[in-house]
Ligand binder design. Structure first.
Ligand code: GRF
Length: 194
């Protein structure tokens, strides 16, 4: 008998192109996960419209309504995830730092995609920094989320070349293609094992 699909929530803050690649992959009958929910911390995130157009349930937990109370925001987020019986969480351009409490709730069940070959270039502005450092190879990483930012165990990586004349934009576009390839693969791997 086929295993039940894992129920996945994708957390976004903006454009949602990685979310879209996960939604696309999950349309396959044989894919071991379904995108059960998309949550944004920003009501105006463009990705919400795309998710809705694909018939996916969306929710907004607006961090601004919680002021500086990071834990209250996360408790509200956790309530939404629990209400939708979520098994796995995929961060996809979700621009909030998470507390050890929230990370602990999802230990080994929360993935993130980072636009660099970790452990190189943690944090923001990875493409600018890769160009400034003169690296010849750059790329993307999917990893489990741990309490320390961009530092959890690596699940998948893809390399892309840095080409002469690259700008942060051309390099970002090349890396983004790799992101869209490896995130669905990494989620498949985790969903099959958990
Ligand atoms: C991606 O480059 C991702 O690696 C980073 O933020 C960007 C989000 O893009 N964490 P999108 O919203 O998935 O299009």
């Amino acid at each position: 008998m086929a295993m039940p699909k894992k129920r996945v929530a994708v957390l976004i803050s903006g454009r949602g192109s990685n979310m879209a690649s996960l939604i696309e992959a999950a349309k396959d009958d044989g894919y071991p996960a379904e995108i059960a929910l998309v949550v944004s911390n920003r009501p105006e995130a463009a990705g919400l419209g795309h998710a809705r157009s694909q018939g996916i349930t969306t929710a907004v937990v607006d961090h601004a309504q919680f002021g500086k109370d990071r834990e209250a925001f996360e408790r509200a987020l956790q309530d939404v995830l629990t209400a939708h019986r979520i098994d796995l969480v995929c961060l996809a351009g979700f621009m909030r730092l998470l507390t050890p409490w929230f990370v602990g709730q999802w230990q080994g069940r929360m993935l993130n995609i980072h636009p660099a070959l970790l452990p190189a270039f943690k944090g923001l502005h990875t493409h600018e920094r890769a160009l400034a450092a003169g690296v010849k190879t750059h790329g993307a990483t999917v990893h489990f989320v741990s309490a320390e930012m961009d530092s959890g165990p690596i699940i998948a990586q893809a390399e892309v070349p840095v080409l002469p004349g690259d700008t942060p934009e051309t390099l970002a576009a090349r890396v983004l293609e790799a992101e869209h390839r490896i995130y669905p693969q990494a989620l498949r791997q985790v969903a099959e094992k958990t």
